[in-house]
Write a protein that binds this ligand. Sequence first.
Ligand SMILES: CCCCCCCC/C=C\CCCCCCCC(=O)SCCNC(=O)CCNC(=O)[C@H](O)C(C)(C)COP(=O)(O)OP(=O)(O)OC[C@H]1O[C@@H](n2cnc3c(N)ncnc32)[C@H](O)[C@@H]1OP(=O)(O)O
Length: 253
Amino acid sequence: MMLRQGLHLVRKLYRDGFKLTGLAGRQSLGQAQLPAPQPDRALTVSSWPFSSPPRDYSLPNESWTPEMQRLYDHYSALCEAETEEEKKRGPWRRLPSYNRTLKYATGGRCLSKVLQAKARLFTRNIEEPGASFEYVVFLNKQEKSCVCVFQAGHLLEGPPGHVHGGAIATIIDSVTGTLATYLSGPVMTANLNINYRSPIPLGSVVLVHSALEKVEGRKTSISCRVTSSDGGKLHTDATGLFVSINVGHLFGA
Ligand SMILES: CCCCCCCC/C=C\CCCCCCCC(=O)SCCNC(=O)CCNC(=O)[C@H](O)C(C)(C)COP(=O)(O)OP(=O)(O)OC[C@H]1O[C@@H](n2cnc3c(N)ncnc32)[C@H](O)[C@@H]1OP(=O)(O)O
């Protein structure tokens, strides 16, 4: 029963273009496993499977530094118009971000209801603004790329005063995984290869640039570069391999 409900919700989200999960309309380049997306249809609030409306974590909050806000404003000004009256400004689109994905997609039928209710997206599971991952992703449909403005909070410390390598890997996996999902539909990370070139100071704002390299059958390859906010310093470069899955994979089907 739970499995059926879970699959139904996942399929509905993919069909409706992922508007509520931060993935704006699927344009599958890889193997089609689900019904064709309808990118212009937004999910209505009644489709949201939880009792309260979701909080969009990718909007500015009081913890954002002036640099974070400046970059947010910069890319927002280049975003597509959201209403018909608004003038089109550019090819970018801000992806909203929520701390829950799907009530039943948190690990399959082995999870208890208690665990399902408590499950939270790893990068959004600390409520204190600015404490861990503050980020916003902008997608460029034309270039099949995205940029993430990322402010690393004090709970992400690794070497004294600098960001933990696992936290850097997490944000890279999330950003490249989001781009791969947007381009190819449901995927999972099969391989992530990371070169740490220079340490990232805690509290600083960096840019995580991701771009499509190639799609080969079920495999989507994405490249990634983490730079200082002015682009002058390379902190990290990476490549990610994402394999298209049937969503039943997540439920042990
Ligand atoms: C559906 C998702 C929905 C989520 C909701 C989204 C909401 C969005 C909200 C917020 C965005 C946040 C975004 C976060 C993103 C995070 C993503 C993760 O961290 S995912 C967790 C870590 N990854 C795993 O746990 C995978 C574990 N591995 C597997 O499950 C399998 O190994 C899998 C699916 C990757 C592949 O298994 P096979 O059986 O389906 O396919 P085979 O035949 O093995 O491989 C297919 C092809 O890929 C190559 N391949 C597979 N693994 C490879 C590897 N490690 N290196 C190189 N090639 C590999 C193979 O050689 C094959 O290639 P040839 O077709 O023959 O050319």
